[in-house]
Design a protein around this ligand. Structure first.
Ligand SMILES: C[S@@+](CC[C@H](N)C(=O)[O-])C[C@H]1O[C@@H](n2cnc3c(N)ncnc32)[C@H](O)[C@@H]1O
Length: 229
């Protein structure tokens, strides 16, 4: 169980070995403190533990809908929703839900590490360029974002910023970086580091190296329909 503060909110979140609250989510929560959630319809895309949606519910959202591809994430989100006592947050397995809703904000901490997806790696794998789930996020948003709605999500510099921004553009969205943080590369990234180096050569990944230590840059992105700019 993880207890932590996100701004003025105290959150208690159950985690499993596979599904947890990451440094990325904590960074996104810091930013979300500036947003007015009251009476907004929120989607937590790739809800995992449910932490982002629970935060939005705590901040007075009208309703929160969570989606994930992993049944274990839905079970865990449901546990966390009851632990935090929210009835206006519903998580669904994405393939089982016929969704006719639209949302004011779609928030997401997508799986975006550049490694091929496999069973058990849904939490972090974003495919060869790290953008498979980001593409799904834009496809979903093109169907379910309110006209003047906004998407807030994170993208690591180890994935292809160019390809994600182009995809957003082709779907009718802008792609604007509004925040950034730097964090050290973890040991388990070794298993796909060859892919990062390969993608770096084509401008589809970048990282910084200071005194022999590698760090990734994590970008906070805001997107909206370009005709609403
Ligand atoms: C990095 S985790 C973030 C979890 C949680 N939102 C958080 O901030 O702690 C990414 C989540 O997205 C889910 N996911 C991966 N691919 C997805 C897709 N194409 N559509 C929806 N969810 C997906 C994973 O199962 C995982 O729970």
């Amino acid at each position: 169980m993880k207890k932590f503060s996100a701004g003025l909110q105290e959150l208690t979140i159950l985690e499993t070995g596979k599904i947890r609250v990451t440094r990325y989510s904590e960074f996104l929560l810091l930013y979300l403190e500036n947003l007015a959630f009251s009476q907004q319809r929120i989607c937590d895309f790739g809800c995992g533990t449910g932490v982002l949606g629970i935060y939005a519910a705590k901040r007075g959202a009208h309703s929160v809908t969570g989606f994930d591809i992993d049944p274990d994430a839905i079970t865990l989100s449901k546990e966390n929703i009851s632990l935090n006592d929210f009835s206006n947050f519903q998580p669904y397995l994405i393939k089982d839900h016929v969704n006719r809703e639209s949302y004011d904000f779609i928030i997401s901490n997508p799986a975006s590490l550049p490694t091929v997806k496999a069973s058990g790696k849904e939490f972090f794998s974003g495919g060869v360029y790290g953008i498979d789930m980001i593409r799904d996020l834009f496809d979903f948003s093109a169907r379910h974002l309110e006209k003047d709605g906004r998407i807030f999500f994170l993208q690591t510099s180890l994935s292809s910023i160019n390809k994600a921004a182009n995809y957003a553009h082709n779907k009718g969205f802008n792609y604007k970086i509004i925040g950034v943080f730097q964090t050290e590369i973890r040991d388990h990234y070794q298993e796909f580091w060859h892919r990062v180096e390969q993608n770096q050569r084509t401008g589809d990944a970048h990282f910084v190296e200071i005194n022999g230590t590698h760090s990734e840059i994590v970008y906070l992105v805001e997107a909206k329909y370009r005709d609403q700019l």
